[in-house]
Write a protein that binds this ligand. Structure first.
Ligand code: AP5
Length: 209
């Protein structure tokens, strides 16, 4: 199944994707993770996008579309994928429709208050990208990833002023995609408010898995 995970920053898209990749036998393709990895390695893409991401702005459509187009051409994404964080603009959605046919778009339904709580407490592993939260999902040893032993850190774009900008950009640039995909008849809403195990159940029910 070819899926898009659509929702505000901090809604739990990446965390849910990690939980269901096995069920769906689909790679998680997160543009945010790809950009953060590029920043970590210091490659030309990383140098290009670092300041944009730290400021909470969107990377330009052309760069992002090209990146996803190349990734979806890889063998493991032929039949199934979870697109986490792409598309984020109508231009990106129109471009995607030209190179891949999506089955369903999962819309993460969550109020702003929870989004702020989740983002401000988020911690991420620098090694494998696994998500933690300083209240809800702590690593067993403070600051050390349970999975790979990497450093668990707070993302540069999870500062309060940047979070607010990202939420505003989501409202103006990405929310129009909800109607865009609803009008195509492929949008499913998932209640993303409860604890993650329940969100997994809500997801399975919504997709009749
Ligand atoms: P990206 O990494 O995609 O950020 P985002 O969409 O802002 O999403 P997040 O990763 O912040 O949130 P999430 O929904 O995955 O939540 P998570 O699972 O981590 O993008 C970063 C930047 O890259 C963008 O700002 C932009 O600059 C650039 N970019 C990326 N894609 C782009 C594109 N297409 N076009 C242009 N630019 C692009 O969960 C959040 C926290 O909550 C975690 O701590 C988690 O442990 C916790 N949590 C999750 N679920 C629950 C739950 N059910 N209960 C309690 N806690 C929970």
């Amino acid at each position: 199944m070819k899926l898009i995970f659509l929702g505000p920053p901090g809604a739990g898209k990446g965390t849910l994707a990690e939980k269901v990749v096995g069920i769906l036998n689909a790679p998680q393709i997160s543009t945010g993770v790809i950009f953060r990895n590029a920043i970590e390695t210091g490659c030309s893409l990383g140098l290009k996008v670092k300041a944009i991401i730290d400021a909470g702005k969107l990377v330009d459509d052309e760069t992002t579309i090209e990146l996803v187009k190349r990734r979806l051409a890889e063998e493991d994404a032929r039949e199934n994928y979870i697109l986490d964080g792409f598309p984020r603009t109508v231009i990106q959605a129109d471009a995607l429709a030209e190179f891949s046919l999506v089955d369903k778009v999962v819309n993460f339904d969550i109020p702003d208050s929870l989004v702020l709580e989740r983002m401000s407490g988020r911690r991420v592993c620098r090694g494998c990208g696994h998500n933690y939260h300083n209240l809800f999902y702590k690593p067993k040893v403070e600051g050390i990833c349970d999975h790979c032993g990497g450093e668990v850190y707070s993302r540069g774009d999870d500062k309060i002023e940047t979070i607010q900008r990202r939420v505003e950009i989501y409202r103006t640039q990405t929310v129009p995609l909800i109607d865009y995909y609803r009008n195509k008849g492929i949008l499913v809403d998932v209640d993303a408010r409860p604890a993650m195990d329940q969100v997994v159940e809500n997801f399975k029910k919504a997709l009749k898995l």
